[in-house]
Design a protein around this ligand. Structure first.
Ligand code: PMP
Length: 286
């Protein structure tokens, strides 16, 4: 059984509880982060905590703990659960003042709820999907307008994954005003010739921590990067495509709405970026 962390305590998962009045439960009033663990160490941890701070501040939520304390909790859970490869989830909600009200509770008297738990994923960096690539479908993006904040409102992304599964695909790319925003839980890229194209940062997409690192490594390796919106038709005509996220790293996309890209196998740019990302981010793992 896993050990999890809830509001200052390490507990067996079956004994960990939060209030039924928690605003995360009643209003999706919460944010989260996911950090991957490879060889027992946290990947891109500084980036994830920086984004957590930004998410909290955009929502006027109190910080539940400082950087060092959060790092200690991550490490203790990795140790307690014997995680070599896997994920650490950190969830923060605005807590509960013991009732239901749209008005935010007073942060002086209501503490945020802080929960962390792990998932063990042996061989996370060596997933079979990375060798074959994944298939995506296009779906309409009907999420709210602040997708740059990493909130726990994951109903539509969850529905998107189910739509993909029903269509015999692995994931969905969301489309707004004719242009791809991002994947249900990842940032989306296409490659045409020697240019990598991915949507520019705005409130329309989550500012992926893996995205930032991958674009930095791509530029350092003299690859051409264009940060702009692209259509699904442009994507279908691309030489290759891929997605990035903390849990999938760089994942090749080999089919979009039934159209195979290139020869239908992972392309050289995606494969190279995956190798570079894994190699470089391991060097700075904590
Ligand atoms: N976009 C969305 C909608 C996501 O849920 C995620 C995964 N957290 C990402 C992009 C990728 O972000 P990151 O690289 O920080 O995991």
């Amino acid at each position: 059984m896993r050990t999890v962390y809830v509001n200052g305590e390490y507990l067996p998962e079956t004994e960990a509880t939060v209030s039924i009045f928690d605003r995360g439960f009643l209003m999706a009033d919460g944010v989260y982060e996911v950090t991957s663990v490879l060889g027992g160490k946290l990947i891109d941890f500084g980036g994830h905590l920086a984004r957590l701070e930004r998410s909290l501040s955009e929502l006027d939520m109190k910080k539940p703990a400082g950087f060092d304390d959060l790092l200690d909790i991550h490490r203790e859970l990795i140790r307690a659960n014997d995680i070599t490869d896997g994920l650490v989830y950190l969830q923060v909600t605005r807590g509960s003042d013991g009732d239901r009200d749209f008005v935010f509770p007073d942060p002086e008297t209501t503490e945020p709820t802080l929960v962390l738990f792990t998932q063990s994923k042996p061989g996370l960096a060596d997933s079979p999907a990375a060798r074959t690539g994944i298939k995506v479908i296009g779906i309409e993006d009907i999420r709210w307008g602040r997708r740059d904040i990493k909130t726990v409102q994951l109903l539509y992304p969850s529905m998107g994954k189910m739509m993909a599964r029903k269509a015999g695909a692995d994931d969905a790319w969301m489309i707004e005003d004719g242009h791809v925003t991002e994947g249900t839980s990842n940032n989306a890229y296409i490659v045409k010739g020697n240019t990598i194209v991915t949507r520019h940062l705005s409130t329309d997409i989550l500012h992926g921590i893996t995205r930032a690192a991958v674009l930095r490594f791509a530029r350092e390796a003299q690859m051409r990067v264009e940060e702009r919106a692209f259509t699904l038709d442009e994507a279908k005509a691309a030489d290759e495509a891929f997605v990035t996220s903390a849990s999938a790293f760089v994942m090749p996309v080999v089919e979009i709405d039934g159209t195979a890209l290139g020869d239908g196998t992972p392309g050289p740019v995606a494969r190279r970026l995956r190798d570079i990302y894994l190699e470089e981010s391991l060097k700075s793992a904590v």
